[in-house]
Design a protein around this ligand. Structure first.
Ligand SMILES: Cc1cc2nc3c(=O)[nH]c(=O)nc-3n(C[C@H](O)[C@H](O)[C@H](O)COP(=O)(O)OP(=O)(O)OC[C@H]3O[C@@H](n4cnc5c(N)ncnc54)[C@H](O)[C@@H]3O)c2cc1C
Length: 625
């Protein structure tokens, strides 16, 4: 019935559009209609990989020479392309970047297709090991863990939401890793920015933005009865409309996105594909899966990497350094496969130990929950219209954001003593374009959201997504085996710290307060029943019901950090504040895995900033500018 529903949904919408499109015979409109249709239908039948066997070499004993490079970067996500760009500014250096996935395309460009691309080869398709305290409403109690694959990494499928950590987040980081405080990192968070103010009411503090960089900032352009109601509801509750990318972060705002003229501007495109002049000293290899870092067991020097390209193994040698930027799960995996990790775990798997470090031991993430609401406005609904495509071609409208996400609020729970440091984020999703696919992608069980999302199409609906960010629960990433083509084992261990679920409930109360304001009441906004049979024991309005609901439908926010933490003590940290791996020479890690704890905001900007900072550190090390 899922396929039937999704086809119906697409066909209903597409039929409306086709009628007029035929008249117009606008090839661009027809192209995008076909693209949306094809990707949506493909998403309903897509089977996630359960391993990386697609990269297995035909002959594992045949390793060909891939030359010598000054720097080898493993992975092109949020961090890798920035490093590739900045290091190859030095004309005397040869830089090789290896990425397991392919190039961005017209589908990744369209922010609204992120859900479709999450059920495609652009997602590695990780799922956690079965959980008991969370994710029980997902098949086999495995949390979905989307991770982007391709030049741009997770920035190819993410929500494009630009948000910088709070002053407090980074000052705490600076306390454990000197040089990483807010004032140290602010210039790096701004360095690549190119701000366009595309709304008259855009809240912008000009002291914290700039123009002219590689990475765009634009505001969401959607406006409908729900977003207007939402801003008014914020005012009802006394919140200001703020520029949350300045130090003032409690309040509401239209969302700031890394989109340019309505299109996603992923890091692959921004920092590599958009280079004005081809850099002869930068070699970009896609579909290239790194299986091991070569580390001499005596000298402990990283000397290069082995990677698989088109089922053939290659060895690339590094003159100066190897930088691992494969993301929070796979950087940890690659280090462990190469002998860098917890001694006992590596010994159990027969991997020769190079450096005994707590790799993978500190997996951290935000926790999220989705609510469904009803209202009485009919100015926007879940169907795709011809106007949507035309708006998209013109650079604005509903297809320029994931599920139409438009507006958000950040606020502190009662557990935050510093009231300028929010720990809850609520995002308004004012309409739903892919009702069934959104529940298919993370593999909810049939008993939970699939039926309810399908049923909800009958009424005007909106979604609310909220997250508790300053979590304390600690999970792990370990190896399933010493085979580089097996996926790592991911255990987010959400809600292990009981305060995390209590704080998520406080967030829920804050969301209810918004819904109960006169402005939201004016559009008859209300929580739609969220029936979870397994929680039927409790009254739906009780706290017990919601704590049970969180255990079923709460999920990790796809903001994992911490598996290769930065710090001053190698008993608890994997890299030092210059991102050098303890106990190994010429090896650094640079991606979201280095942050030892979750920040109150999203991780993409600070990961890009980390790569900017490391590029400067490396240039200074070698006296280059
Ligand atoms: C669905 C989703 C929504 C999100 N929404 C937002 C948002 O709106 N705002 C925000 O700030 N953050 C968001 N994030 C998080 C953000 O995208 C990530 O934190 C950020 O991209 C992390 O960057 P990274 O460099 O650590 O890893 P990634 O961006 O994940 O990149 C790692 C790269 O390494 C490659 N790789 C992995 N292993 C190998 C190997 N062995 N060999 C070669 N290549 C390899 C991968 O294919 C990938 O391209 C979201 C993430 C997801 C998945």
């Amino acid at each position: 019935f899922i396929i039937f529903d999704i086809l119906n949904e697409v066909i209903n919408g597409v039929n409306d559009v086709l009628k007029t499109a035929k008249l117009l015979i606008n090839p661009d409109v027809l192209y995008y209609l076909n693209l949306i249709n094809t990707k949506t239908v493909a998403g309903t039948v897509y089977q996630f990989d359960t391993n990386a066997y697609r990269y297995k070499p035909t002959d594992p004993d045949n390793i060909q020479d891939f030359g010598t490079w000054d720097f080898i970067i493993c992975g092109a996500g949020a961090a890798g392309p920035v490093l590739a760009n900045r290091l190859s500014e030095v004309t005397g250096w040869n830089v090789l970047i290896l990425e397991a996935g392919g190039l961005p395309d017209n589908s990744t460009d369209m922010p609204a297709l992120a859900i479709q691309n999450m059920v495609s080869d652009f997602n590695w398709g990780f799922f956690s090991v079965p959980q008991t305290k969370s994710c029980r409403g997902y098949q086999e109690s495995r949390c979905p863990y989307a991770r982007g694959r391709g030049l741009g990494g997770s920035t190819l499928i993410n929500g494009c939401m630009l948000s910088r950590p709070n002053v407090k987040d980074l000052d705490n980081l600076g306390a454990v890793a000197p040089g990483w405080s807010y004032s140290d990192m602010l210039p790096y968070m701004i360095k690549s920015e190119n701000l366009t103010i595309n709304r008259d009411d855009a809240p912008i503090n000009p002291d914290y933005h700039k123009t002219g960089g590689e990475f765009p900032t634009q505001f969401n352009s959607n406006n409908n009865s729900r977003t207007r109601g939402f801003y008014n509801a914020c005012k009802d509750l006394g919140y200001s409309i703020i520029d949350y990318n300045s130090p003032q972060q409690v309040g509401c705002s239209p969302i700031q996105f890394n989109i340019k003229e309505g299109k996603r501007w992923d890091t692959g495109k921004a920092f590599i594909l958009s280079l004005n002049e081809a850099r002869q000293n930068l070699k970009v290899m896609t579909y290239s899966y790194v299986t091991k870092i070569d580390i001499d067991p005596i000298s402990k020097n990283a000397t290069g990497v082995i990677f698989s390209y088109q089922n053939q193994l290659y060895r690339a040698k590094a003159n100066l350094e190897v930088i691992v930027s494969s993301g929070t799960f796979q950087s940890a995996q690659l280090l462990m496969l190469s002998g860098v990790g917890p001694k006992e775990h590596l010994q159990d798997l027969g991997i020769t130990l190079i450096s005994d470090l707590p790799v993978g031991k500190n997996l951290r993430d935000h926790v999220s929950m989705t609510i469904l609401g009803n209202h009485n406005q009919t100015d926007d609904n879940y169907k795709l219209h011809q106007d949507d495509i035309i708006d998209y071609i013109n650079g604005f409208g509903r297809l320029t954001s994931l599920q139409g996400i438009s507006a958000l609020t950040w606020f502190p729970t009662k557990y935050q003593t510093d009231k300028t440091w929010p720990d809850i984020e609520f995002i308004l999703i004012p309409f739903i374009l892919t009702t069934v696919l959104i529940s298919n992608a993370p593999r909810y069980t049939a008993l939970s959201l699939i039926e309810q999302f399908s049923g909800a199409q009958l009424d005007p609906v909106f979604l609310g997504y909220y997250a508790f960010t300053l979590t304390k629960s600690v999970g792990t990433v370990t190896l399933a085996s010493s085979d580089p083509y097996d996926y790592p084992l991911i255990d987010p261990n959400l809600f292990d710290d009981p305060m995390d679920i209590e704080a998520l409930y406080e967030g829920f109360l804050g969301v209810l307060a918004l819904l109960n304001t006169p402005s939201m009441k004016a559009i008859n906004a209300r929580l739609a029943g969220l029936q979870i049979p397994e929680c039927g024991l409790y009254d739906e309005s009780s706290k017990e019901y919601w704590l049970c609901a969180f255990k079923y439908l709460g999920f990790p926010t796809y903001h994992p950090v911490g598996t290769c933490s930065m710090g001053l003590d190698s008993r608890t940290a994997v890299v030092d504040p210059n991102l050098k791996v303890y106990g190994v020479n010429n090896l650094r890690v640079c991606d979201a895995s280095i942050f030892p704890f979750p920040f109150s905001h999203h991780p993409m900007v600070i990961t890009i900033a980390a790569a900017e900072k490391l590029s400067d550190i490396i240039k200074a090390n070698y006296n280059k500018t």
